[in-house]
Write a protein that binds this ligand. Structure first.
Ligand SMILES: NC(=O)C1=CN([C@@H]2O[C@H](COP(=O)(O)OP(=O)(O)OC[C@H]3O[C@@H](n4cnc5c(N)ncnc54)[C@H](O)[C@@H]3O)[C@@H](O)[C@H]2O)C=CC1
Ligand SMILES: O=C([O-])CC(=O)C(=O)O
Length: 330
């Protein structure tokens, strides 16, 4: 066992996603079976009582890897020295609400947390944003943390990626592990684009295996894009266990590497690759190694994909301009 525990901050720790996420982190699902973890849990003051209850349950699990748990409502205290910050806490979308409505409500949270991370996080910190609107919240946090390299911020599109794998596996009559190189492009919103034109099913081109453009365009892509809304409709509240699971998948692969011969989808700061405006937090196909990521280059983009990639970029430009107008980013 490595002697120094990795310090992992989770915000919104008393929320729905937190209730699933914390137990998986503490059990070793994020950092592996040999790495002890110290949890730093941030909540708003009125939720601290409920969070104490969650910590009692963490105690009751007697996780061998869980070295310490600290809770609080002060970001600078909780983020002090953290190596990984999972920013989950935000106001969730409720029925009939679009992500645009959430920008203002959440802007203030991510401004303050970006500043706090900038001040007190460890030099090697990585920051993953799950709270919606995730891409633009990550942009706000990044913009308010000028001393943290921009590539240390990402927003979660791994849930969309996993949803795409599962829908495609059903259609093709295969298991998810037989599918590789699926891509979510753009925003974690209804404009996201799930691309299977570069994906492979047992080494064969996935779009060719499916051989049904109407299904891809009219069923598959919208089903993945609107899955969050479908879960809200069915459950009465937004995805929680699956969002926690995707947060674990994304964090684990970022720190320890994406699988050989495959890539993962991750919203990261654009360097202009694939014609996406520089500086947006845009989901790309990425390969990760030891806490670094690299955008997969050289994929051929046809007119169908181009239009969808541009539409989701345009939405992110709108969100960026809206938070700029609110004074949340420079
Ligand atoms: N990127 C993705 O794939 C997904 C993102 N989400 C988003 O994740 C977020 C959390 O979802 P749930 O856990 O279901 O919501 P929830 O409402 O159950 O929990 C959110 C928690 O955040 C806390 N919180 C609010 N402001 C805070 C602050 N300033 N600092 C620390 N904590 C704060 C609240 O007190 C609450 O306990 C939502 O924004 C939701 O839309 C949900 C599913 C998927
Ligand atoms: O749609 C929502 O509000 C929750 C979410 O992000 C998802 O499930 O993808």
């Amino acid at each position: 066992m490595s002697p120094t525990p990795v310090k992992v901050a989770v915000t919104g720790a008393a929320g729905q996603i937190g209730y699933s996420l914390l137990f998986r982190i503490a059990s070793g699902a994020l950092l592996g079976p040999d790495t002890p973890v110290e949890l730093r849990l941030l909540e708003i003051t009125p939720a601290l009582g409920a969070l104490e209850g969650v910590v009692m349950e963490l105690d009751d699990c007697a996780f061998p890897l869980l070295s310490k748990v600290e809770i609080g409502d002060d970001a600078e205290t909780i983020f002090d020295g953290v190596n990984l910050a999972l920013l989950v806490g935000a106001r969730p979308r409720t029925k009939g609400m679009e992500r645009g409505d959430l920008l203002e409500a959440n802007g203030a949270i991510f401004t303050a947390q970006g500043k706090a991370l900038n001040k007190v996080a460890a030099d090697d910190v990585r920051i993953g944003v799950t709270g919606n609107p995730a891409n633009t919240n990550a942009l706000i946090a990044m913009s308010n943390a000028p001393d943290i390299p921009r590539e240390r911020f990402s927003a979660l599109t791994r849930l969309d990626h996993n949803r795409g794998l599962s829908q495609l596996a059903k259609k093709a009559g295969v298991t998810v592990s037989e599918i590789k190189k699926l891509t979510i492009w753009g925003n974690h919103s209804a404009t996201q684009y799930t691309d299977i034109f570069h994906a492979e099913i047992n080494g064969q081109n996935a779009a060719e295996v499916v051989n049904d453009q109407a299904w891809i365009a009219d069923t598959f892509i919208p089903t993945v894009a609107k899955r969050g809304a479908a879960i809200i409709e069915a459950r009465g509240s937004s995805s929680a266990a699956s969002a926690a699971s995707a947060t674990i998948d994304a964090g684990r692969d970022w720190l320890t590497g994406s699988p050989e011969g495959d890539w993962v989808s991750m919203a990261v700061v654009s360097d202009g690759s694939y014609g996406v405006p520089e500086g947006l937090i845009y989901s790309y196909p990425v390969i990760t190694r030891n806490g670094d990521w690299e955008i997969v280059q050289g994929l051929e983009i046809d007119d169908f994909s181009r239009a969808k990639m541009d539409a989701t970029a345009a939405e992110l430009v709108e969100e960026r301009d809206a938070v700029k107008a609110l004074g949340l980013i420079g």
